[in-house]
Design a protein around this ligand. Structure first.
Ligand code: KG4
Ligand code: ZN
Length: 295
């Protein structure tokens, strides 16, 4: 990560100097959050759920460079977990999955799976905040895979016969966890007047947001709470250069964080997004009303 950030920074530094252009540093997650505004007229403030291979976070976007952080992952990101589960299932050997990312492979296999064949516990049921956790869930899934390998008498590295069912149960549990934390974030925003009363919006973005099943589960939550759900098409949800360029446009228009071509700049591999409200969210300890995740 540090190596690629260093190469990118060196290239852009040279580029802006040679062309006498301003330098606009971009926060990767800010770019994921704002991409939707390139495609649709979404005004601030709105709630964002950003789920990718490196992050999982809920924030209120109040302006181009003005975010309130409501929750983030305490361990790994959902895309990272999905990639690791896919690797543990050796999906690279599956004829339909060899060219897909872990998340894409699980989504594809889940379509022909029965999620009720396995029951994984949704993480953090007793924490009434908006944090995420995926490491424990991955551990549960790994234990199930080991048990099934023993039952089927196969070695690690071979494909299990129940791989579709495991994919479906994994995807469902990840989706339910994301939905519950998002539901609480919506209720927190409503209780604190953080979203407009007219057309309050949830924006879903990041690589994992290209998952259609996760989108459907989140739509159940936005329908139940009266929010509009917006998500860029898959090609703009996963990492792309256009989202970074758009963030530059937004900052240039606002005159926010626009530096001279010769500015001394360093990169930050882990930079927080916005003002941290996670303690206030935890203190509010909002209990969720039941919502049927009927799919
Ligand atoms: O945002 P992104 O392109 O890169 C990061 O900033 O991390 O996200 C990549 C992640 C990978 O972990 C990949 O498995 C996951 O997004 N992903 C998906 C899907 N497509 C990509 N996860 C679930 N379902 C998908 N359809
Ligand atoms: Zn990303």
């Amino acid at each position: 990560m540090a190596l690629s950030l260093g190469i990118g920074l060196e290239f852009s530094r040279r580029f802006v100097r040679q062309n006498n252009k301003p330098f606009i540093p971009i926060h990767h997650m800010e770019a994921h959050a704002l991409t939707v505004r390139m495609l649709e007229p979404v005004s601030f403030p709105f709630l964002v759920l950003l789920i990718s291979g490196g992050h999982s976070l809920l924030a209120v976007a109040r302006g181009v460079d003005d975010f309130l952080l409501l929750g983030h992952t305490l361990d790994e990101a959902p895309g990272d977990s999905l990639d690791k589960v896919a690797r543990r299932l050796s999906l690279i050997r599956h004829p339909q999955c060899s060219t897909l990312s872990g998340g894409q492979a699980l989504e594809l296999l889940a379509k022909d799976g029965d999620r009720t064949k396995f029951s994984f516990k949704t993480p953090m049921g007793q924490s009434y905040d908006c944090s995420f956790s995926f490491a424990g869930l991955r551990n549960q899934i790994n234990m199930t895979i080991m048990k099934k390998e023993a039952e089927e008498g196969i070695e690690r590295g071979s494909l299990l016969s129940c791989v579709n069912d495991i994919a479906a149960a994994t995807q469902h549990t990840v989706a339910c966890h994301l939905a519950k934390r998002t539901h609480r974030a919506i209720l927190f925003c409503k209780a604190n007047g953080l979203l407009p009363s007219v057309s309050p919006t949830l924006v879903l973005s990041g690589g994992v947001a290209s998952n259609q099943y996760i989108r459907k589960v989140l739509r159940i939550i936005t329908d139940a709470t009266g929010l509009c759900l917006l998500s860029p098409p898959a090609k703009y949800c996963t990492d792309n250069g256009v989202m970074i360029a758009w963030n530059g446009v937004e900052r240039l228009r606002e005159g926010s964080g626009v530096l001279p071509p010769n500015a001394e700049i360093s990169y930050e591999p882990k930079a927080q997004l916005g003002v941290d409200l996670t303690a206030a969210v935890k203190a509010a300890a909002i209990k969720l009303p039941p919502v049927r995740m009927k799919m």
